[in-house]
Ligand binder design. Structure first.
Ligand code: SAM
Ligand code: SF4
Ligand code: F3S
Length: 446
């Protein structure tokens, strides 16, 4: 009988992508994937280190696993991702139930780790940074995890060192994969049924591959992907405002598959705080990027990430952030209370009052929600182009997204999965839209 593996993912889209690739690797060892946590031979937790709570969740999950398997054969327990990288040996010491910690640049070693553990070799630590070897190995695998909307990691790591962030320490220096590898992977995903390609990187717009003659940038890659038949939509995330170069902005003029939507985290609208965060741009620079892009595409929408209650943030600084939100009219955004991360420069700064942080989070979230709700309401009775991704579990309706990533629940047909269809919007809330496929009644009657 085949052995089974269970994988749980925390954190960003890059971790989701990695989990799919880890699954491909574990299958090489003869394991099959299970969704049943009560019956697994190998338990993998792909972790995130961005906030303190994310780390604590890992130990809670292992505690629960231990209870479940108290009277059964213990599964192999592998910890991957950014907590594994940041805490490595500490994790093995703190929790003896863990068999291996494997950092994001060492996933190519997973088949060997599992073989070693099956041969009863003691706890294993693989947390070296070897990004080239990692992608060399992963390129030999077929990416078998295509969905209608599929991710491709094109760039890893970060050289920006924002004062609050752990990513440069957990994912290492910036590294760009070769265009050929990426194009081949995109073609493979299309063969498996992908219609939308989302290019991923911690700093995706810092993508820069050195060829013999020159540099191949994100704008070049987008142009190449645009030519692949079968791809209907192209997106990329997450971008840093400092790397929104002219060539990339100009793609919005003539690359027809590039969606008029950009996630461009600003973090704060105050120049004083941006400087203290080491973000390397000003609010004026940020607003000028938005203006330039909306001049090219008036229907261009933006989403963002915000950190509230950063050390030194005064009422005036916070007001500047609210003002910037109103100026840009962001959609689909995320906001977080500043969380002190050990080892980062900001961890030495004086924190501000916790109650004030919480109050500001409520204010910013209600403003973002209000804008989103207003925008969603404006869509009622309009026709929206929606890429249908899947049928909702146990329901007759389908899930899709508009060009600006707004989720839509749609009455449609199974044949519509993978197609961009016209949807008549009938209702909305702050989370998304509801509607039906235009002419559905005629199709059903026919
Ligand atoms: N590279 C992206 C950028 O430059 O904006 C962000 C990547 S990070 C994985 C995602 C988001 O987590 C950030 O945009 C930031 O808002 C949030 N974040 C990172 N460190 C944080 C911290 N120490 N406390 C609170 N939020 C944090
Ligand atoms: Fe973190 Fe800043 Fe790098 Fe984004 S750019 S991953 S926030 S250090
Ligand atoms: Fe978390 Fe690592 Fe992503 S810290 S957000 S999983 S890069």
């Amino acid at each position: 009988m085949s052995r089974k593996f269970f994988i749980k993912t925390f954190g960003c889209q890059m971790n989701e992508y990695d989990s799919n690739r880890i699954s491909d690797l574990v299958k090489k060892n003869g394991y099959i994937k299970t969704e049943d946590l009560n019956d697994t031979d190998c338990y993998i937790l792909n972790t995130c280190h961005i906030r303190e709570k994310a780390t604590e969740k890992v130990y809670h999950d292992i505690g629960r696993l231990k209870k479940k398997y108290r009277h059964k054969k213990k599964p192999l327990v592998l910890i991957t991702g950014c907590v594994a990288q940041a805490e490595n040996d500490e994790m093995l010491k703190r929790e003896k139930y863990i068999d291996a910690v494997i950092g994001p640049q060492s996933y190519q070693n997973i088949p060997k780790v599992i073989n070693d553990l099956e041969s009863k070799i003691k706890q294993v630590n693989f947390t070296d940074f070897d990004v080239i070897e990692k992608f060399d190995e992963l390129n030999t695998l077929e990416n078998s995890n295509s969905k209608v909307s599929s991710f491709i990691t094109i760039q890893e790591g970060c050289d920006k060192f924002c004062s609050f962030c752990v990513v440069p320490y957990t994912r290492g220096a910036e590294y760009s994969r070769s265009p050929e590898e990426i194009i081949n992977e995109a073609k493979q995903l299309v063969l498996n049924g992908a219609k939308e390609i989302v290019l991923l990187g911690q700093n995706v717009n810092a993508y820069n591959f050195k060829t013999e003659e020159n540099f191949f940038k994100l704008s070049n890659l987008i142009n190449r992907l645009n030519k692949i038949e079968g791809i209907k939509r192209i997106r990329y995330t997450t971008s840093h405002p400092k790397d929104m170069t002219e060539d990339l902005i100009n793609c919005y003029k003539n690359v027809n598959k590039l969606m008029p939507f950009l996630h461009l985290p600003v973090q704060s609208g105050s120049n004083k705080i941006l400087k203290k965060m080491n973000r390397k741009y000003t609010r004026e620079k940020y607003l000028s990027i938005i203006k330039k892009m909306r001049e090219i595409l008036p229907n261009m929408e933006f989403s963002s990430d915000f950190i509230v209650g950063y050390p030194g943030e005064t009422d005036k600084d916070f007001e500047d952030t609210l003002d910037l939100i109103k100026k840009v009219n962001f959609v689909n955004s995320f906001s977080f209370i500043y969380n002190k991360r050990p080892g980062t420069p900001a961890s030495n700064f004086q924190s501000i009052d916790e109650k004030l942080q919480k109050k500001r989070l409520i204010i910013i979230q209600s403003l973002l929600q209000k804008i989103q709700k207003r925008k969603n309401m404006k869509s009622i009775r309009k026709i929206k182009k929606v890429l249908i991704e899947n049928r909702l579990k146990n329901q007759k309706n389908f899930f899709g997204r508009t060009i600006d990533l707004t989720p839509v629940i749609v009455e449609a047909k199974d044949q519509d999965i993978g197609n961009v269809i016209d949807v008549e919007i009938t209702a909305s809330n702050h989370n998304g839209l509801y509607g039906f496929k235009k002419n559905l009644k005629k199709e059903v009657a026919a």
